[in-house]
Design a protein around this ligand. Structure first.
Ligand SMILES: C[S@@+](CC[C@H](N)C(=O)[O-])C[C@H]1O[C@@H](n2cnc3c(N)ncnc32)[C@H](O)[C@@H]1O
Length: 417
């Protein structure tokens, strides 16, 4: 755990007077939903508290060493507790990007529609996940739930229909164990680039074949795709982007290693594979929690979005497309197919979750042909039909992420016995 504030490298200020307070919120916590989550996570961790002063000041009534330690090690929205800086406040300083939430390896690959990692850490606390529990994200996407579970020592199982997503999740969570091996071959790879040997795809994939360790190979494969994506989306020169991003990726993985050592973290185990949510490869009643975000009806075309990388990986886009929820069909039929697929997905959630445990679904209503599609209402109704109790609905406003979406909902369900 962190000893003093000299360990903090940059970004956030610490005001000495703040450290006298029981709890201090991290400066960027400002939205109502964030304050709600901050309160819910304190309650879930057994803290008896009162909120004062415009919702930003907290007084703890049941202070004791163990509780302070738990708050310090687990919470997501607090900078300090009883004068001690939290683990999370240390973790978020390790950020190689300009985006507040893209600390450690979260930033690797510009995937659209990522979760806010801070929110996921809070939700893991709110649904009572503890070290050694198994949490599942069956729409694992870029691997946000995976990395946040790993940091808290919670075991993780995730699937995604996109092999590119699976690759992202693996690289973000597994590279930290291979820092030495990754660094060992970095210069050789960059030299080969300078000799113009891997300008052509065939050459680079040949180089990858020579890397025997799967995690190291995945790391260098994703490094290529980051540059490919930078080139396709922003017109950046491939070679320059590759070297710059590769260096940043290595730095981020080293940051992660430093965090583990400094905070003495015991990481959760990670298992991510290509799969279909409509038939999850897990036994009945086998997971302690689900935290996920399905495709928002027809809000975002995930296939089109990552087409350049999927083609580079050798996939036939049209074949892949058939398996993606929310992109099949046209017009009204598209929404019907979406609902049909999501019913199968939610039935699987019910099947794999242990009784009395929670499923969190982050979802919003998209606008299609000028009309709002009632995806949230559909989700609540169907989950209740399956035997889930609807426990909470936290409204999360998002600003300009993509035009069709204005707000999303954090829906919390409990599987009844
Ligand atoms: C909203 S995104 C999840 C983003 C994720 N929460 C994150 O932080 O990156 C939804 C994901 O569902 C995946 N998906 C679509 N159809 C699927 C299916 N049939 N089975 C599993 N995953 C699917 C997409 O590839 C996409 O990554």
């Amino acid at each position: 755990m962190l000893k003093n504030q000299e360990d903090i490298r940059w970004t956030y200020k610490i005001d000495e007077s703040e450290l006298e307070k029981d709890l201090v919120l991290i400066d960027n916590v400002q939205f109502i939903y964030e304050l709600s989550l901050a309160e819910l996570e304190l309650k879930a961790l057994g803290v008896d508290f009162t909120v004062l002063n415009g919702l930003r000041e907290f007084i703890i009534h049941n202070k004791n060493k163990d509780l302070i330690d738990t708050i310090r090690k687990r919470t997501s929205y607090f900078k300090s507790v009883s004068g001690k800086l939290t683990d999370y406040f240390y973790i978020i300083q390790k950020n190689r990007t300009k985006s507040v939430n893209q600390y450690l390896t979260h930033w690797i690959y510009p995937y659209k529609g990522k979760f806010h990692p801070q929110m996921i850490r809070a939700l893991l606390n709110i649904i009572g996940m503890r070290k050694g529990d198994l949490v599942c994200d069956p729409f694992s996407g870029s691997g946000t739930t995976a990395l946040e579970s790993q940091l808290l020592g919670i075991n993780f199982y995730g699937i995604d229909v996109s092999p590119l997503c699976v690759l992202q999740g693996k690289v973000k969570t597994k590279s930290v164990e291979k820092v030495i091996e990754i660094k060992e071959i970095k210069n050789e790879i960059i030299n080969r680039l300078n000799q113009n040997l891997f300008n052509s795809e065939a050459n680079y994939y040949k180089i990858l074949e020579d890397i025997k360790d799967e995690d190291v190979r995945n790391f260098y494969l994703l490094a290529r795709l980051v540059a490919i994506s930078d080139n396709a989306r922003r017109g950046k020169e491939f070679e320059k982007s590759f070297v710059k991003n590769l260096n940043l990726m290595v730095d981020s993985v080293e940051d992660y290693k430093e965090v583990i050592n400094k905070l003495k973290l015991n990481l959760g185990t990670i298992n991510i594979e290509v799969g279909d949510v409509r038939k999850i490869n897990l036994p009945d009643n086998s997971v302690d929690g689900i935290i996920t975000s399905p495709p928002y009806s027809i809000a975002l075309d995930y296939v089109e979005n990552d087409e350049h990388s999927l083609i580079d990986l050798g996939y036939e886009i049209d074949k892949l497309r058939d398996k993606f929820i929310g992109v099949r069909g046209n017009g009204k039929n598209k929404i019907e197919l979406y609902n049909e697929d999501m019913k199968k997905a939610y039935s699987e959630f019910y099947r794999i979750l242990k009784p009395n445990k929670y499923a969190v679904i982050v979802i919003g209503n998209a606008t299609f042909q000028g009309r709002e599609v009632q995806t949230v209402e559909f989700t609540i109704d169907y989950m209740q039909n399956l035997g889930f109790a609807f426990e909470k609905n936290i409204l999360k406003l998002i600003f300009g992420l993509y035009n069709v979406m204005k707000k999303e909902n954090i829906l919390i369900f409990k599987k009844m016995n």
